[in-house]
Design a protein around this ligand. Structure first.
Ligand SMILES: [Zn+2]
Length: 374
């Protein structure tokens, strides 16, 4: 995956505190050549008589503790101010530098806990601290009744989201296993309508088949009413992970998808009967309940949410589902279209029957009566 460039504003150059990105390694090759390696594939080759000054004098100053003017002053007499700026801008352009100026707003605990996340963010942004700060202010809601929901909460906590509200039945709740500076709160299902408003994103988690379908429908109706986006995720009995769709206002909703899935099934009638009986408590809903696959899906989901909410990449899950085969590791994207007859977001039947105005109805009646005339 290619990370998009998130360059700082040009006028912020002077106010930044440049730090060499944590994933950069400096490899020297003789006196006149050095390589700034990002990964095995990406590198910047520096050649010429200034290489020695770059490696021994300039690069050690890029530790995030000095401003641009201070770096110029320290190198005064060694390297021209114009050259210093050229090199810094070059490094910035190639994502080898990040601005450490905003790190003061983060606590030491946050900087330690999310160090690897910062390194990852620095690959796509020269201001990873600002991105992290934004994530810290976000509140997500996870709705589920299973271990999978717990795994999702843990994986999202690793992505530094400040507050995660888990809505689940009391019996399914256990304290998060991770010790991170993230606020995780538990709410009972009856509190759902109080928790959803104002959330950055709502995630509905279904482990297995039918167990949680009624609650997913309720969540869908609530989000439609409030105009809130929500993301559905499911681990099926066939070990398939379904990420998405991300239901945004105006796109296919959970019930649109449910109708389209059922219409593709030859056993749609038996399938519907089974679902109904599970919801009535007459039959058991089954779950795979395999922890490694729950973790795998939760991790994939957390990365999708991170890319989307950090602004690094627009979500590919709007109106689409990413299906991951947890055994073969193959994945594919499937578009999900709105269903015109959807009981949750479709057009009411009377509006579908008469999509035209009064004038047209009168005209149609006239034509019909004309056709019926002898
Ligand atoms: Zn719908």
């Amino acid at each position: 995956m290619q990370f998009q460039s998130l360059q700082p504003m040009s006028d912020s150059f002077e106010s930044m505190r440049p730090r060499l990105a944590p994933t950069v390694s400096v490899v020297q090759d003789g006196e006149d050549t050095c390589y700034l390696m990002m990964t095995g594939k990406d590198m910047l080759r520096c050649q010429g008589p200034l290489v020695s000054t770059l490696v021994t004098r300039l690069l050690p100053l890029l530790d995030g503790t000095r401003g641009v003017a201070e770096i110029r002053d320290v190198l005064d007499g060694t390297l021209e101010a114009k050259r210093v700026e050229e090199v810094l801008r070059l490094l910035l352009r190639h994502h080898l530098l990040m601005d450490a100026e905003p790190e003061q707003v983060l606590s030491t605990q946050e900087r330690v806990a999310f160090g690897s996340l910062l390194a990852l963010l620095s690959r796509s942004s020269t201001q990873p601290y600002r991105v992290l700060e934004r994530l810290r202010r976000m509140r997500l809601v996870v709705v589920g009744d299973s271990e999978l929901a717990r795994e999702v909460v843990d994986a999202l906590a690793e992505c530094a989201f400040g507050t995660i509200d888990l809505v689940s039945p009391r019996g399914a709740w256990a304290a998060p296993t991770l010790e991170l500076p993230v606020r995780v709160r538990h709410f009972d299902p009856g509190e759902l309508r109080d928790v959803v408003p104002g959330a950055e994103l709502v995630i509905g988690v279904q482990d297995g088949e039918f167990n949680f379908t009624r609650q997913m429908r309720e969540l869908n109706r609530l989000c439609l009413r409030l105009g809130v986006s929500w993301l559905q995720v499911q681990l099926t009995l066939e070990a398939e992970g379904w990420l998405g769709p991300l239901h945004t206002p105006g796109t296919a909703c959970f019930e649109c998808m449910d109708m389209r899935m059922k219409s593709n099934l030859r056993t749609w009638k038996e399938h519907g009967l089974h679902e109904e009986q599970v919801e009535q408590g007459l039959s058991m809903g089954r779950r795979l309940g395999f922890r490694p696959m729950q973790r795998q899906l939760a991790g994939a989901l957390a990365v999708e949410v991170l890319l989307h909410l950090s602004g690094i990449e627009a979500s590919r899950l709007v109106g689409r589902s990413l299906v991951i085969d947890a055994l073969s590791q193959e994945s594919s994207l499937h578009p999900v279209l709105k269903h015109p007859a959807c009981p949750a977001c479709g057009t009411p039947p009377e509006a579908r029957l008469h999509p035209w105005g009064e004038e047209d109805i009168r005209l149609e009646r006239t034509l019909m009566s004309g056709a019926a005339a002898p």
